[in-house]
Design a protein around this ligand. Structure first.
Ligand SMILES: [Fe+2]
Length: 158
């Protein structure tokens, strides 16, 4: 197993600290995308179609963000871990409930999970200020995209 790249862009201490934070965000994003599909498949009732279709937009952006974060981890010389068992144990999101959910309940559940992901991203952004501004910039762009989705999901609660 190859674990060390000859040319590192960060010093060892900053790299370890940065990768730990990115890895924690990665598993949250993977879980958010999986939970988004669970929500997309199982939403029922009035407004089904708009919520069902909107969720695929959230999922597409979340998947693309997870890919960017994983590739940033690899760029820093560490193997990204997006395996299911790791996501199941390390994600900070509350598990999605079983069964069908009404559209209003789906909106509420997805908004809560977006908010949890965003809060953790904002803590990561603060942490990365001192270790890696390039990784920080990536998480800022991810947070901006998810915050826009949170706006558009929770606007339906009014
Ligand atoms: Fe679908």
């Amino acid at each position: 197993m190859k674990t060390v790249m000859a040319r590192q862009v960060l010093d060892h201490k900053d790299k370890l600290s940065t990768v730990k934070v990115l890895q924690a965000s990665l598993v949250d994003l993977i879980d958010l995308a999986l939970q988004g599909k669970q929500a997309h498949w199982n939403v029922v009732g009035p407004n089904f179609r708009s919520v069902h279709l909107q969720l695929d937009e959230v999922i597409a952006d979340t998947r693309s963000a997870s890919d960017e974060v994983a590739e940033r981890i690899a760029t820093l010389g560490t193997a990204a871990n997006g395996r299911a068992n790791g996501v199941a144990t390390a994600s900070r999101l509350t598990a999605y409930p079983d069964g069908f959910q009404t559209a209003p309940e789906t909106v509420h559940l997805v908004a809560d999970r977006l908010a949890t992901t965003i809060q953790a991203l904002r803590e990561a952004i603060e942490h990365l200020e001192s270790t890696d501004p390039v990784s920080q910039d990536l998480l800022i762009s991810v947070a901006a995209r998810l915050e826009k989705h949170l706006w558009m999901v929770q606007a339906q609660e009014a």
